[in-house]
Write a protein that binds this ligand. Structure first.
Ligand code: FES
Length: 148
């Protein structure tokens, strides 16, 4: 069922976003662009004992992108990298009690930037090779519905 308007949680995270900012000398850094609107998202992580010890974001995106980023950082904080890697765009949108259909593409940025930051760290420590990193932000991949 298509949802119109913004959920209370989206508004809360938009008005009072968590984990905004930059981490100096991050262990992992992810930057992705949204092909639909051209907006940008950056995520910085600190890793300790294979867990997300600290995470911050900076976005040049809309209100939904801010809410999504705030939520994704809260979801990832303290998780193991493997667990954080499994957070999907849909998980983030679900945690926010949904996004309006025309804003579903905004949920791409958060999870994609998080995954990019983790992969950046994994490349640095030699766990994966740069060529193993998959391109991000392909609208509509993974068979996800955009609410239509
Ligand atoms: Fe660009 Fe929402 S309109 S991220």
């Amino acid at each position: 069922m298509a949802q119109v308007g913004y959920s209370k949680k989206v508004m809360e995270h938009f008005m009072n976003p968590k984990n905004v900012g930059v981490i100096d000398s991050p262990d992992g850094y992810g930057k992705v662009g949204n092909p639909v609107c051209g907006d940008l998202m950056e995520i910085f992580i600190k890793v300790k004992e294979d867990k997300v010890e600290d995470i911050k974001f900076r976005t040049f995106g809309c209100g939904s992108a801010i809410a999504v980023s705030s939520m994704v950082t809260e979801m990832a904080m303290g998780k193991s990298l493997e667990e954080a890697m499994k957070i999907t765009r849909k998980d983030v949108a679900d945690e926010l009690d949904g996004l309006p259909p025309q804003k579903m593409h905004c949920s791409n940025l958060g999870a994609d930037a998080l995954h990019a930051a983790i992969e950046d760290y994994w490349v640095k420590i030699g766990k994966i090779k740069p060529e193993d990193v998959k391109p991000k932000s392909h609208e509509g991949e993974e068979g996800e519905s955009c609410g239509t």
